[in-house]
Design a protein around this ligand. Sequence first.
Ligand SMILES: *Cc1c(COP(=O)(O)O)cnc(C)c1O
Length: 374
Amino acid sequence: MIKQLDLSAHDSGLREEILHKVQQVFETQQFVLGCFVDEFERACEAYLDVRHAVAVASGSDALYLSLMAMGIKRGDRVITTPFTFFATVSAITRLGAFPVFVDIEPDTFNIAGKGIEQALKRHRGIKAILPVHLYGRSADMEAITGLAKEYGVRVVEDAAQAFGARCVLDHGFRKAGTVGDAGCFSFYPTKNLGAAGDAGMVVTNDDRIAGLLRMLRVHGSPERYLHTHPGINSRMDGLQAAVLSVKLGHIERWNHTRMELARRYTEMFRDRGLDRVITLPEVPEDATHIFHQYTIRVRDRDTLREALRKDGIGTEVYYPIPLHLQPVFRYLKYRKGSFRQAEVAAQQVLSLPLYPELSEDQQREIVDALQRHL
Ligand SMILES: *Cc1c(COP(=O)(O)O)cnc(C)c1O
C-alpha cells in the first residue's frame, strides 16, 4: 500500500525535537502569537529573504487579509486562475470583489501572461493580480509584475504550494511569495512545509502593508480596545509556530529531495516509453518547481486512478472542477467552455505519490503499475 501522501515517516525523525519545543510552549504559556510565533516569523524572513513575515491562522486567511490590506473592496476586480483551490477565489469574493478568470498554460498549469494582458485591457476596475504557483511551480512573475507595473495594479501571490520555490526574474532569482506586493503561504499539514494543524503566513517587502497586516490579524486593533480597521481574529498558535520552526530547518533538503524524486519518476517513465501515452511535467534544473505535486496528464484518468487504487496506490486529483464551474460561483455567469485549458486539465490531471521519504522501490512499483494499466 502506497499512500498519495504519507506523513508518518516524515514527522517521526523529528518527533523528539518537536515535542521538546512543544513542551516549551506549555512552560511559557505563549499559546497565541508570542515568542514562538516571533521566532518563526524572523526565521521565515531570513530563509525567504523578505523584510516582513506576518503569521496568521491559515493560508486562506493569508489571502483574504492580503487583499484587504491592498484595499480591495466591494465591486473591485481581481485577476486569477480558475484552476486552483477554492480559497484563492473565495478570498476575493468574501471581500465583495469579483474574480476575473484567465485561462492557464497547458504545460505549467499556471495563468498565462498573455491572457492577463487581455483581461487588463478588457475590464475596468481591476485592482490586483492573484497568481497561484500551482503544484510548487512558480508562475511567470517576470511577466506578471511587468504588467502590474504597466497597469498600476497590485500583485498578491498564492504560494500555498510553493514554500521555497524560486521565481526567475531578469536580475536573478527570488523566492516565490516575495516578488509581488504580498505572498501567501499555507502550513496546512499536507503542504510541503506542514504544521500540526492550521497555520498560514503573509510575506511582504512593503513596511506599510506589513503594519496593516499585523493590525488586521488582531481585529484591526493598533492598541488594546482601539479598533481602526475591520480586521478579524487570525493569529498563529504558539504550538504551530514551534512545530514549524523545527521543520523549517529541513525544508531546503526536503524540497531538494522532491525535485530528485520528480526527476527519477520522469526518467523511469521515459525509459519505458510511457511519455508517449502520458504527459509528464517538465522538471526544470533551477528549482522553479519544488514538486509539491508530481502531476501527470492522462486521457482516461478516472479509469487509471481506479485501477491504481485496486493495486493499493493512492493518487489525487487537484482539482476535478475548475472554479468558474463551481455552483457557488454561478452568479459570475461563466459557462462550460469559458476556460478550455482549465477544463481539460481538470479531466486529465493525476497527482502521484510524492513526499521526501518515498523510496526508489516504491517509485518503481508505482511506475510498474501505471505501465500495466496504460
Ligand atoms: C492549501 C491552499 C490554500 C489554503 O490554505 P489553507 O491553509 O488550507 O487555508 C490556498 N491556495 C492554495 C493554492 C492551496 O493549495
